[in-house]
Design a protein. Structure first.
Ligand SMILES: Nc1ncnc2c1ncn2[C@@H]1O[C@H](COP(=O)(O)OP(=O)(O)O)[C@@H](O)[C@H]1O
Ligand SMILES: [Mg+2]
Length: 286
């Protein structure tokens, strides 16, 4: 293992009864990288993150975080990580501030640092006026922001964000993108899952496409698109859309000239890559 590697996953298998949710997954995430897991519902994204962040056990394989084998040294590994789950996991009986304090205590933060950090992050997320309200009185979007602040409070070296922006309105989503970018600039290693193509494309250094519990492609977004063909020709004929991909605009134009129907020539995006590789759309159920 190199010092460059923040997370090393080898042969990860996780089963639920007869169902294999993660099926021999290998992945190395570099220190300081912003990595995106892109995949349809049920592909195994959440389960993988839950295994790596020690929220659940696994059946086969090894996982190392920041040099610590998470099975042998779970406490040391946990100290490096902050987790935001797909289903927000705040204590409903507490206020937002009390939740933050309990997270800070779990990570042994001093009171002064904790209070400074709570006010700094709450200001950033516009959470100030909600801090002393019970969790249950807030809408989903506000709960999500509060959960994100909790996970970031102790300045973890690795941050897991499981669909951080799903269910957020566009303003909150942009705000969160800014936070993620600034954490990335500061050197935090970030792994996020998303089914928003533009989120993966605009934020992530590398993207892993996951399907049926395995990584089926992994690269920087541009290279993934080039593999399929950088230029897409989209044709709508009799209400049916078909796609074909080309290396150059010239080749695409030559092909398009021979077509009837409504033809669009555009850059290939990650959604195209995804559909080509899996035969499914990102929003589809497996
Ligand atoms: N607690 C569980 N019990 C049984 N099956 C589960 C459980 N969690 C996930 N699964 C199954 O494992 C597969 C992967 O799920 P998940 O990791 O949540 O996918 P994703 O996050 O990519 O949508 C799915 O088929 C899902 O139904
Ligand atoms: Mg999920």
């Amino acid at each position: 293992m190199s010092m460059e590697d923040m997370i090393v996953i080898k042969g990860l298998v996780k089963r639920f009864g007869d169902k294999t949710a993660v099926n021999g997954l290998d992945l190395v995430i570099h220190r300081g990288e912003l990595f995106g897991f892109l995949g349809p519902n049920g592909a195994g994204k959440t389960t993988t993150l839950r295994c790596v962040s020690t929220l659940t056990g696994f059946d086969e394989g090894t996982i190392t975080v920041n040099g610590h084998d998470i099975t042998k040294e779970p406490e040391a590994a946990k100290g490096s990580m902050g987790v935001i789950q797909q289903q927000v996991s705040l204590d409903k009986d507490l206020t937002i501030r009390e939740n933050m304090i309990s997270h800070a205590m779990y990570h042994n933060m001093g009171k002064k640092e904790r209070n400074e950090r709570i006010s700094e992050l709450s200001d950033f997320f516009g959470l100030g006026e909600y801090l002393d309200k019970p969790v249950d009185s807030l809408s989903g979007g506000w709960k999500k922001r509060a959960a994100i602040v909790c996970a970031m409070l102790h300045r973890p070296q690795v941050l897991f964000l499981d669909e951080p922006t799903s269910g957020l309105d566009i303003n909150a989503r942009r705000l969160l993108w800014d936070v993620i970018k600034s954490l990335h600039r500061d050197g935090t290693t970030i792994i996020l899952t998303t089914h928003y193509i533009e989120e993966a494309e605009s934020l992530c250094d590398r993207v892993g496409i996951i399907d049926k519990g395995r990584i089926i492609a992994l690269d920087i977004p541009k290279n993934l698109c080039e593999k399929v063909g950088s230029i897409a020709v989209e044709t709508i004929e009799n209400g049916k859309t078909t796609y074909k991909y080309f290396k150059s605009r010239d080749e695409a134009s030559a092909f398009a000239a021979s077509l009837k129907g409504n033809v669009t020539i555009r850059d290939t995006n990650l959604e195209d890559v995804f559909v080509e590789l899996t035969g499914k759309s990102v929003g589809a159920q497996t």
